[in-house]
Design a protein around this ligand. Structure first.
Ligand code: GMT
Length: 388
């Protein structure tokens, strides 16, 4: 049958390492595959994205003083005005309230009656804490209220956003989860990627733990080493750390202090993550908070069980007891014990692996989630141009 009408979407997102950039990039890729017009208006394309069929309208991030980096929002808005007019944009989809919804609001004010619809996806860090400055909260409320629809990747973030941004009527807050390309992130245990990370080491009886993040303090990266140390009291194990960020130097120093340097491999940003995941036995995500936990979903899609924190939206991704084991944030005793339980019981691990993959396929497949984005775009576009 005929698919939904093609739309022209302007995607605003961060291109840096992190879930929101990955989520926006993957959305762009899938929309383009399905015949929609995809226009990123951003400093650069999100890291993992291959530019085929996708347009980047680049906005320089750094400008010398006296303009300064604060002018990025203005430059983004100005570019957006041009792109909307030239490319006949139907929907602006902003990932992150600041600066993207702010730039979209400026552009829409300038465009007046020709302004396209605005979809705002919150990812968590852009929802103000209760003790944030009053002006900031008011500004974020007004930005969120200016969108046609606000989406969140988890019901947990939806509750927080409704409460802190006063979103209790219009616009609607809709939960559309992040998704994963389940054919690329596929299972198939293969130790090959591990050997070069631990040269000269016999890895046959060693269990491998994996973690991927941007190493912000909210990820509680030191807990990874505490969990590894507990596991190693009983089982030979190594830890593979993917990504980069502010806490990495501290983590390296702590690994050295604990005598774990040879057991921990820092692989940095990785373009092709699935082979690294497939080489490991278990994924760790001990964050203080996660509004979703896209890295955990990618691991599950590769058939890895997850040991992590019972916080935010993570329990909506990882089904505690079925696709992994969760504990309170900071409870490294419990997480270490959970990891040992899984690694010491192969039938249990095999059951969790299968259930992890099944859950990714059932609830978070790109194809399933894209249908929901298309329906949402269709709805906001027809509301803007009735009879069109
Ligand atoms: O967690 C980060 O530092 C990255 C951050 C981001 O903004 O890119 O991730 C947030 O958005 C992701 C995509 O929706 C979610 O999977 C992460 O859980 C969320 N991070 C937090 O809530 C801390």
């Amino acid at each position: 049958g005929e698919g939904p009408a093609a739309v022209n979407v302007a995607l605003l997102c961060f291109h840096t390492l992190g879930g929101s950039g990955v989520a926006a990039g993957e959305l762009g890729r899938e929309l383009s595959r399905r015949g929609h017009g995809v226009h990123f208006v951003a400093a650069a394309l999100p890291g993992r994205l291959d530019p085929n069929g996708i347009r980047l309208h680049a906005v320089p991030l750094e400008q010398p003083p006296p303009v300064g980096t604060q002018a990025f929002t203005f430059a983004l808005a100005a570019r957006l005005v041009e792109v909307v007019q030239r490319e006949r944009i139907d929907v602006i989809h902003a990932h992150y309230a600041v600066p993207h919804a702010a730039a979209a609001a400026l552009a829409r004010a300038a465009l007046g009656g020709e302004a396209p619809a605005l979809v705002l996806t919150l990812h968590g860090t852009d929802v103000p804490a209760p003790d944030a400055p009053a002006g900031e909260i008011q500004l974020l409320r007004s930005l969120a209220h200016g969108a046609d629809v606000v989406t969140v990747p988890s019901a947990a973030l939806g509750r927080t956003a409704r409460e802190r941004l006063g979103l209790d009527g219009q616009p609607r807050v809709e939960v559309i989860p992040n998704f994963v390309d389940t054919s690329r992130f596929s299972p198939g245990a293969d130790r090959a990627a591990l050997a070069p990370l631990f040269p000269g080491r016999d890895l046959r009886s060693v269990r491998a733990l994996c973690h991927a993040s941007n190493f912000r303090p909210v990820k509680r990266p030191l807990d990874l080493l505490a969990i590894l140390a507990r596991v190693r009291e009983r089982v030979p194990a190594v830890l593979v750390l993917v990504g980069d960020g502010p806490e990495r130097p501290r983590l390296e120093a702590e690994a050295l202090r604990l005598g774990l340097s040879r057991e921990v491999a820092f692989v940095g940003a990785v373009r092709n993550l699935p082979p690294v995941l497939r080489a490991c036995d278990l994924f760790l995500l001990p964050s203080a908070h996660e509004s979703f936990g896209l890295a955990a979903l990618e691991a599950m899609s590769c058939g890895l069980p997850v040991v992590g924190s019972r916080t935010g939206g993570l329990p909506e991704v990882v089904e505690d007891g079925a696709t992994g084991l969760l504990a309170d944030p900071g409870d490294v005793e419990a997480m270490g014990a959970a990891a040992l339980r899984i690694l010491g019981d192969e039938p249990l691990r095999a059951r969790l692996c299968r259930a992890a993959r099944d859950r990714a396929l059932r609830l978070f497949r790109a194809e399933e989630v894209l249908v929901r984005w298309e329906a949402l775009y269709g709805r906001v576009v027809s509301r803007r141009s009735p009879g069109a």
